[in-house]
Design a protein around this ligand. Structure first.
Ligand code: NAD
Length: 290
C-alpha cells in the first residue's frame, strides 16, 4: 500500500520504520524529527499524503491533529483513510472524523498502548474507533505495528477506551505506591508484601507487571532509577484527557480526578517531570500524613 506518516517522533518514527520494512511505500513528514529508515521525506504534510491510501498521524495533541487534518484533507485521495494513532481528546477525534466524512474520506481513531518499546518491537495494542470499512482497510497495518487491535466502536471509541484504561492505570499505580509506603512504615518487608498482594485480591498490572518497588517483582523502571518507561507527564496528559472527557459527559470520576491532581503536583511542583510514573513510590516514602 501507499502510506503517508505524519509525526515521526519517539512513537511515530519506529512505527513508520516497521511499516516501510514490511514492504509498503511510506512517505513521511515531521516538522522536526529525522526520517526513519525506508521512509521517503516530503516537504509538507499535504505533499506527503497526495497518493496515499492510508494516512497515519502520530502527533502530540488534539489541536495539532485538527490543524494537520485541515491541511491534508483537501490533498487526500477520495476514499483514503486517516488513521490517527495519537492520544487526543475524544472531541477532537470526533470532529476530525466528521470533517473527513464531509471530504469524502474515511477516518479512524486508533490510540495505542505499549510505549516506545512496543513501537520499536511492533507489539503495540491498538484501540480503534470508526467504521468497519475503515477498520478493515487499516487492519493489515495494525498487524505490522502491533500484536493486537480491538475495534471498540464508532469514532472516538478508541480514545475513550484509551483514557478509561489509563485512568485505571493512574489510580492503581498511586494505590500500589501508597500501600508500599504504608507497608514500609508498618515494618512489612516489600518482597513479602509483593508475594502476598501479587497473588491476592489487591493484584493489578501496576503491582504484578510493573512493580514500583526496586528489586521486587519483574524488572521495571523502578530497577533503573525510575527512568521512563512511561513518564509521569504522559500519565498526567492522559489523566487530564480523562477528566476533560468526564466533564463533557457529566460523569462522576472522583478517583480519576484525585489521580490527575496528584500527578499534576508531582510533575509541576515536585521532581516528577522526566521520571517514570511509578516514581510516586519514592514520593510517598518521603511524605508524612496530612
Ligand atoms: P513526540 O513528541 O516524540 O512525537 C511527536 C512528533 O510530532 C514530533 O516529532 C513533532 O516534531 C511532530 N509534530 C508536531 N507538530 C507537527 C506538525 N504540525 N506536523 C508534523 N509533525 C509534527 O511524541 P511521542 O512520544 O511520539 O507521542 C506521540 C503520541 O503518542 C502522543 O499523542 C502521545 O500521547 C502518544 N503516546 C505516546 C506514548 C509514549 O510512550 N511515548 C505511548 C502511548 C501513546
Amino acid at each position: 500500500m501507499k502510506i503517508a506518516f505524519i509525526g515521526l517522533g519517539n512513537m511515530g518514527g519506529p512505527m513508520a520504520r516497521n511499516v516501510a520494512a514490511a514492504g509498503h511505500q511510506v512517505t513521511g513528514f515531521d516538522t522536526h524529527a529525522p526520517m526513519p529508515d525506508g521512509v521517503v521525506g516530503a516537504i509538507s504534510a499535504a505533499g506527503a499524503v497526495k497518493e496515499a491510501e492510508v494516512v497515519i498521524t502520530m502527533l502530540p495533541n488534539g489541536a495539532i491533529l485538527r490543524a494537520v487534518a485541515a491541511e491534508v484533507f483537501p490533498a487526500m485521495t477520495r476514499g483514503a483513510v486517516l488513521c490517527d494513532c495519537s492520544t487526543v481528546d475524544v472531541e477532537s477525534a470526533r470532529a476530525v472524523a466528521d470533517q473527513a466524512a464531509k471530504a469524502g474520506l474515511l477516518a479512524i481513531d486508533a490510540p495505542v498502548s505499549g510505549g516506545v518499546g512496543g513501537a520499536a518491537a511492533g507489539t503495540l495494542t491498538f484501540m480503534a474507533g470508526g467504521t468497519d470499512q475503515a477498520f478493515a482497510i487499516v487492519s493489515p497495518l495494525f498487524d505490522i505495528m502491533g500484536q493486537k487491535a480491538v475495534h471498540c466502536g464508532t469514532s472516538g471509541a478508541g480514545q475513550a477506551a484509551k483514557i478509561c484504561n489509563n485512568m485505571i492505570l493512574g489510580v492503581t499505580m498511586i494505590a500500589t505506591c501508597e500501600a508500599f509506603a504504608l507497608a514500609d512504615k508498618l515494618g512489612l518487608d516489600r518482597q513479602k508484601m509483593f508475594d502476598v498482594v501479587s497473588t491476592s485480591s489487591g493484584y493489578s498490572w501496576s503491582m504484578n507487571a510493573y512493580c514500583p518497588a526496586p528489586g521486587v517483582g519483574p524488572k521495571s523502571p523502578a530497577d533503573n532509577g525510575y527512568k521512563p518507561g512511561f513518564a509521569a507527564e504522559l500519565m498526567l496528559k492522559d489523566l487530564r484527557l480523562s477528566q476533560q472527557a468526564a466533564a463533557g459527559v457529566d460523569a462522576d470520576t472522583p478517583m480519576g480526578q484525585l489521580a490527575a491532581l496528584l500527578y499534576e503536583t508531582f510533575v509541576e511542583e515536585e521532581d516528577g517531570r522526566g521520571m517514570d510514573f511509578s516514581a510516586m513510590l519514592p514520593r510517598f516514602e518521603k511524605r508524612q500524613r496530612g
